[in-house]
Design a binder for this molecule. Structure first.
Ligand SMILES: NC(=O)c1ccc[n+]([C@@H]2O[C@H](COP(=O)([O-])OP(=O)(O)OC[C@H]3O[C@@H](n4cnc5c(N)ncnc54)[C@H](OP(=O)(O)O)[C@@H]3O)[C@@H](O)[C@H]2O)c1
Length: 257
């Protein structure tokens, strides 16, 4: 465990499963009070974590979450915008309707923009805070047949994060992006199952073909904790000079430097 400052309040959106859960668990294990959000409550509650139900694709959710956090804890030190999913079918441009584009945009981009807008005034007043936006390697390596609208929404998240980092740095607030490659999460299992069904092959074959297609040098998917390790470092005081950066954690999959 990295040295993370204690007595702080953190929000992890989508903190009930996968990467978000791994991040929430590492932060609460470090003594930070963690607020997790999702549409569905977690099966069991975890010490040091408080759940707020919310659909972040809905515009009104961010203000509700911010109001509850600031009302209950009076401050916010860390925001992890982790909510996201590839919501559209494969098949390329002609299969994507306006609704598909809008769903991906709301879930993967506007969710983070609205949460930050609702909570940044409190961070600015505190003159401190750290934000990590969870993007994807697919924003730099979009696959037209699988991730067109999702990659585009996450690419917007990357550009927004850089602009925001520049805007708020003088208030003592840092903003970074973490871009996972392939990670073993419920989202990934669902993606593989759906692809297997639509291509009439087994899940194991799809799993192998996805790793082969992305040519992952380390040769396997990441565990959620391997993404959380970097996020936990980035929100710690040790990372206090790091802002405006997009970090890949992808087993070497991105073929450029
Ligand atoms: N897994 C990968 O290989 C991979 C790779 C690159 C990037 N990422 C990114 O990493 C992040 C986490 O992915 P994951 O694989 O850990 O996903 P996951 O296992 O599906 O977990 C997603 C979390 O977000 C919540 N969520 C989803 N849609 C939501 C919505 N509209 N409103 C509120 N909460 C919502 C889910 O809970 P509910 O369903 O109950 O709402 C859950 O807590 C995402 O941003 C994803 O794009 C993942």
């Amino acid at each position: 465990m990295n040295n993370v400052s204690k007595g702080k309040v953190a929000l992890v959106t989508g903190g009930t499963k996968g990467i978000g859960k791994a991040i929430a668990d590492q932060l609460s294990n470090a003594g930070i009070q963690v607020i997790i959000t999702a549409r569905t409550a977690p099966g069991e509650s975890t010490a040091g974590q408080y759940f707020i139900p919310a659909d972040l694709a809905q515009p009104e959710s961010a203000e509700t979450i911010a109001g509850e956090i600031l009302g209950k804890y009076g401050r916010i030190d860390i925001i992890i915008n982790n909510t996201g999913a590839n919501l559209s079918p494969g098949g390329g441009f002609s299969t994507l309707s306006d609704e598909h584009w809008n769903n991906d945009w709301q879930t993967n981009f506007m969710s983070a923009v609205r949460i930050n807008k609702a909570l940044l005034p409190a961070m600015i007043e505190q003159k401190s805070g750290v934000i990590v936006n969870i993007s994807t390697g697919a924003a730099k390596l979009p696959l037209w047949e699988m991730t067109m609208s999702y990659s585009s929404a996450k690419a917007a998240l990357n550009a927004y994060s850089k602009a925001l980092a520049n805007e708020v740095a003088t208030y003592g607030i840092r903003v970074n992006v973490v871009s996972p490659g392939l990670v073993k999460t419920p989202l990934m299992s669902e993606f593989i199952e759906n692809l297997a069904k639509s291509s009439a092959v087994t899940s194991d074959e799809v799993h192998k073909s996805v790793i082969d297609k992305l040519n992952v040098p380390i040769g396997r998917m990441a565990e959620p904790e391997e993404i959380a390790n970097l996020v936990t470092f980035l929100v710690s005081p040790e990372a206090k000079y790091i802002t405006g950066v997009n970090y890949s954690v992808d087993g070497g999959a991105l073929p450029t430097i």
